[in-house]
Design a protein around this ligand. Structure first.
Ligand SMILES: [Zn+2]
Length: 67
């Protein structure tokens, strides 16, 4: 049985698998944004921000050649 949660962006209902766990990424089919599961009980999704969050670890190897 799926859980339902409202998209924090567009307030439409999103169905999330009941086996969802914190850190999973869901996608809102209505506004097409990615949402990270921040809490399972109660189910809570948070909008994924790509470049504006500096809390997230950025493990990209973006080394430039420095001679
Ligand atoms: Zn949405």
């Amino acid at each position: 049985m799926n859980k339902k949660v409202k998209c924090p962006e567009c307030k439409s209902e999103i169905e999330v698998d009941s086996s969802v766990s914190v850190g999973d990424i869901e996608q809102c089919l209505n506004c097409d944004i990615e949402l990270k599961v921040v809490s399972v009980i109660p189910l809570k999704l948070e909008i994924m921000t790509c470049n504006f969050s500096d809390d997230d670890e950025m493990d990209e190897d973006d080394e430039e050649n420095m001679d």
